[in-house]
Design a protein around this ligand. Structure first.
Ligand code: FAD
Ligand code: NAD
Length: 466
C-alpha cells in the first residue's frame, strides 16, 4: 500500500476542514485533506446552501400563488402557477455543484492534496483511506498534525428510525414530490426552516415539538412573530407533545396531559438535533477526552492528545458553519507557527424562518443570569419605512448594553431579511462599540439598518421615529 507523508492531515472537507486546508496552503504548510463524500461537507451539499435554495424557491412559489388567489395587497394578479420540482431540485443541485467545485479548485490552487475516500484512524499520526465500496484501504497517510473535522449526523429516534416515509433533512432537501401531509418532529432550526418551505410548496404541515414553544433555544418575544406567521400559513403546531412512534402510516403522539393522538402522514421529517460523528472511523483508538458527545477541545481546538486537533460540529455546540470555518482557519495558523486563540466576542446565529431571526451575544435574560446590569431597548419594524415597503412590519431589533459604560453585549432581531443585519451586529460587539457609537453612525435611508440605530437611540432615551 502506498504511504503518503504530510505535515497537516485534515479528516473531513466541510466548512471547518476545507477552510483549514485553504489557510494552511496559503501559509505553505504541506497539507492533505481526506474527504469521503463531497468537498463542502454537510453545509454545502446537504445543509446550509441547499436548504436556503429550497426556502427561496418555496417563497417564490408561495408569492406567485398569492397573486393567483388575488390576495396580494400589491395589486398583482396572475394565473395559477405550477412548480416542476425536478427542475427546482436540479437548480438547487447546480448551486451546490458550483460551490463544491469551487472548494475543490481553491484547495488545488493553494497546493492542498485532496484524497477522496474514507479515513480510518490507526493512531494519532496515521490513517488509512478507502474509497466508497472498496473493502481494502488504498493509501496510508502519516502526518505530524491531525485535524479532526468529521462533522455531525442527524439524531435518529430509536423507535422511528430513518427509512421509508421517515426522513432526515438530507432527503427533505432532494424531494421527488411534495407530500400531501408532512409531519415534522422538532420545532428547531431544521424543522421550522424546512417545515415552512414545505408548507409554502403546498404540503399540509404539522410540527410536533416536545417543548412548550417553538425554537425553545431563543427567547419568547423573538419567536412570537415566527409563531404568528406559521399560524397565518396554516402550519399546525403541536407543542409540549412527544412522538411515540409510527402506527401504520400514522404518527402516534402524546400531549402534556397524556392524551394520545394519531397524525396522518405521507412523510415524517425527523429534525430533533444533530450529533458529532464520533463512531465508525477509528476515533475511539485515540481515546480522546470527550465533552458529552463531542470531542473536548481547549481554546486553541487542541484535543487531549498532542498535535491532534478538533473543530466544527465534531467539537460540539454551536454547530454552525461559520464557527467551524473560524476554528479551521485558526488551527491552520497555529500549525504554521502563529499564536492564535479561539475567543470570539460573539458568534452570530441566524434562523432562516419567515420572518428570520438573528441573535448575537447576550439576550436580556442571559445578562440577568450573568448578573450584568443592562440597558435594553427594542425598535419595531412597524415604525421603519423600508420594512413597510417590503411588506415585513412584524418584528423588531433589540439592543442589550452594559448599564455602567453602555458597551453593547447583545443584539437580537426578528423580521424579514434580518439575516443581513448579522454582520453589523457582530462587528459592533467584536469592536467593543457603545450605544453612542451606533446611535451616532449615519445609517442609510430607507433601510432596515435604521431600526438598529433607532434601537441604540431608544436605549439612550431619545429615539427619533417612535
Ligand atoms: P461537516 O460540514 O459535517 O463536514 C464534515 C465532512 O467530513 C463531511 O463532508 C464528511 O463526508 C467528512 N467525513 C466524515 N468522516 C470522514 C472520514 N472518516 N473520512 C473522510 N471524510 C469524512 N449552519 C449554519 O451556520 N447556517 C445554516 O444556515 C445552516 N443550515 C443547515 C441546514 C441543514 C439542513 C443542516 C443539516 C445543517 C445546517 N447548518 C447550518 C449546520 C452546518 O451545516 C454545520 O455546522 C457545518 O457543516 C459543520 O461543518 P464541519 O466542517 O464541522 O462538518
Ligand atoms: P435543533 O436542536 O435546532 O432543534 C431540535 C428540536 O427538536 C428542539 O426544539 C427540541 O426540543 C425538539 N425535540 C427533541 N427531541 C424531540 C422529540 N423526541 N419529540 C419532539 N421534539 C423533540 O436541531 P435541528 O433542527 O435538527 O438542527 C440541528 C442543528 O443543525 C442545529 O442545532 C444547528 O446547529 C444546525 N442548523 C443550523 C441552521 C442555521 O444556522 N440556520 C439551520 C439548520 C440546522
Amino acid at each position: 500500500m502506498e504511504t503518503l507523508h504530510t505535515t497537516l492531515l485534515i479528516i473531513g472537507g466541510g466548512p471547518g476542514g476545507y477552510v483549514a486546508g485553504i489557510r494552511a496552503g496559503q501559509l505553505n504548510v504541506p497539507t492533505i485533506l481526506v474527504e469521503g463524500a463531497s468537498p463542502g461537507g454537510t453545509c454545502l451539499n446537504i445543509g446550509c446552501i441547499p436548504s436556503k435554495a429550497l426556502i427561496h424557491a418555496a417563497d417564490e412559489f408561495c408569492k406567485a400563488r398569492s397573486y393567483a388567489a388575488e390576495t396580494s395587497p400589491l395589486g398583482i394578479t396572475g394565473s395559477e402557477p405550477r412548480i416542476d420540482l425536478e427542475r427546482t431540485v436540479a437548480w438547487k443541485d447546480g448551486i451546490v455543484k458550483k460551490l463544491t467545485g469551487g472548494v475543490g479548485a481553491l484547495l488545488k490552487k493553494n497546493g492542498v492534496k485532496l484524497v477522496e475516500g474514507w479515513a480510518t484512524i490507526l493512531d494519532g499520526k496515521t490513517v488509512e483511506v478507502r474509497q466508497e465500496g472498496d473493502a481494502e484501504a488504498s493509501v496510508r497517510i502519516r502526518c505530524e498534525h491531525m485535524l479532526l473535522a468529521a462533522g455531525s449526523v442527524p439524531v435518529e429516534l430509536p423507535f422511528m428510525p430513518f427509512g421509508g416515509p421517515v426522513i432526515s433533512s438530507t432527503e427533505a432537501l432532494s424531494p421527488s414530490g411534495v407530500p400531501q401531509r408532512l409531519v415534522v418532529v422538532g420545532a428547531g432550526y431544521i424543522g421550522l426552516e424546512l417545515g415552512t418551505a414545505y408548507r409554502k410548496l403546498g404540503a399540509q404541515v404539522t410540527v410536533v415539538e416536545a417543548a412548550d414553544r417553538i425554537l425553545p433555544a431563543y427567547d419568547a418575544d423573538l419567536v412570537k412573530p415566527v409563531a404568528a406567521a406559521l399560524g397565518r400559513l396554516g402550519v399546525e403546531l403541536r407543542l409540549g407533545t412527544s412522538v411515540l412512534g409510527m402506527d401504520g402510516s400514522n404518527v402516534r403522539v402524546r400531549d402534556a396531559s397524556g392524551v394520545e393522538a394519531l397524525l396522518e402522514a405521507d412523510c415524517v421529517l425527523v429534525a430533533v438535533g444533530r450529533k458529532p460523528r464520533t463512531t465508525g472511523w477509528g476515533l475511539e483508538n485515540l481515546m480522546l477526552d470527550m465533552d458529552g458527545r463531542a470531542i473536548k477541545v481547549d481554546n486553541q481546538c487542541r484535543t487531549s492528545m498532542r498535535n491532534v486537533w478538533a473543530i466544527g460540529d465534531l467539537a460540539g455546540e454551536p454547530m454552525l458553519a461559520h464557527r467551524a470555518m473560524a476554528q479551521g482557519e485558526m488551527v491552520a495558523e497555529i500549525v504554521s507557527g502563529k499564536r492564535r486563540h479561539f475567543e470570539p466576542a460573539a458568534i452570530p446565529a441566524v434562523c432562516f424562518t419567515d420572518p428570520e431571526i438573528v441573535v448575537v451575544g447576550m439576550s436580556p435574560l442571559d445578562a440577568d443570569k450573568a448578573g450584568i446590569e443592562i440597558v435594553t431597548a427594542n425598535f419595531p419594524f412597524s415604525a421603519n419605512g423600508r420594512a413597510m415597503t417590503i411588506e415585513s412590519t412584524d418584528g423588531f431589533v433589540r439592543v442589550v448594553a452594559r448599564k455602567s459604560d453602555h458597551r453593547i453585549i447583545g443584539w437580537q432581531a426578528v423580521g424579514g431579511a434580518v439575516s443581513e443585519l448579522a454582520a453589523g451586529f457582530t462587528q459592533s460587539i467584536e469592536l467593543g462599540a457603545q450605544l453612542e457609537d451606533i446611535a451616532g453612525t449615519i445609517h442609510a435611508h430607507p433601510t432596515l439598518g435604521e431600526a438598529v440605530q433607532e434601537a441604540a437611540l431608544r436605549a439612550l432615551g431619545h429615539a427619533l421615529h417612535i
